[in-house]
Design a protein around this ligand. Sequence first.
Ligand code: HEM
Length: 442
Amino acid sequence: MQTTLVLSSTAVLAVWCIYRLLQVGSRDPRMPKGPPTVPILGNLLQLPLTGIHKKFRDWAEEYGGVYSLKFGPNNAIVLCDRKAVHELLDKKGILYSDRPHTYVGSLMTQGDHMVVSSLDTLTREKRKVATHNFSPKMLQERAAHIQDAETTVLLLDFLDNPKDFYTHVRRVTASIANILIFGQRGATYDSFWGRCVYDALDRFGEALEPGANPPVDEFPFLRFWPTRWAGWKQRAFSAGRAMDKIWSTALETVEKRRSIGDVRECIADRLIDEYNEKGYPFSRHAFMMLLGEMCEGGAETTSSSMLTMILAITKYSEVQRKARLQIDAVSPLWSDFKDIPYVNAIVKEGMRWRPVISSGLPHKNKEDDYYEGMLIPKDSTIFLPVWALNNWDAQGFSDPEIYNPDRYINHPKLANDYAGSADYKDRDKFSAYLLVYPLIDA
Ligand code: HEM
């Protein structure tokens, strides 16, 4: 009798465990719709290794502008709808400005990188530094003359050696970032300051490449995989060491020059002075990473955008002709930018057509929330698929694959000026970027 009771309880427990296990990966019916899931893995197997930005739009066409995905037990919500981005990210920024923690990211950066870390006190402090130093006012005051000087060199480089246009563009944005941040110019692409940021980002990108790691954030037991048999962990550690070497060399160079009395007008020097006086709010590692992160944020995004513009105006020669007419009528310096609205439209259209961070950087919500009756569970990964948002007819872009700067001709001001508008429809569509930019509302 007792044996039968034990056997039947064990059977009930086993059935219950199997039932619960099979529930992993399935969607809460209160959440937005989304592609069908399979037990345990959810939608993980449907994620393409490349071209996820297009997949985000395909799913939006099928399931609507707000839909959900399951990554194992974890929830993801995709906001491919400008109104939803505005209602959630913009109006409830405090709830949505966190980032999902990534295990591989923390192995690599020791938790000292804004892009892959949760919004703790350290990250808040770092965002404050970045927001302050890269505010439109600061850029106007401190960056404009540096940009004017460096772009003049760029034009000369194009004339002297047009074949190497790719490295000229990469050098110029790295150099501008390094002057602003470290007070150090990258005179050539092969110099430390001309390419350190690309070397760091190559390693960072390699370690986090889609498909490069097992789904450790979804199934945390994978963390116990011994490092000596986990090539993915070794890659993360090695990338971390390479990045540390680059950013510590950068900081040490600044310290060495300061030690001989050469103090410069740049972010690193200003922060060192400030922190020497009132104390460092974070460790040395976090500080050097912060300087590196700002450089990473500023250099490759801008060089890739510029290279996109070059591609676009090469392909669309009429656009190039119209731009040249405007440019030939001015110097051109940053102070002339307001007088060349067509060039402004070229930049915005390039960022719509081929956005640099095509799927955005994911956010996380820290509490349960509802949007139009749909549940957005606490700790969901929130995707803002920048390419899909800007390349979908349903979001107001007809013939989105065509590069056409005239789309922005009625928005001659900087995107930042429109991003502040209370009515999201009144913004130029490029500000879908700015709409979600934590640097603005941090
Ligand atoms: C063409 C230029 C740029 C593009 C396309 C771009 C794009 C983006 C995007 C899509 C994000 C994610 C926003 C979000 O949270 O949803 C981001 C974050 C960030 N950007 Fe930019 N960016 C550009 C230039 C810059 C510059 C010049 C800096 C200079 C410091 C910068 C620093 C950062 C930082 C630090 C973050 C992360 C903030 C955080 O995680 O809290 N970016 N960028």
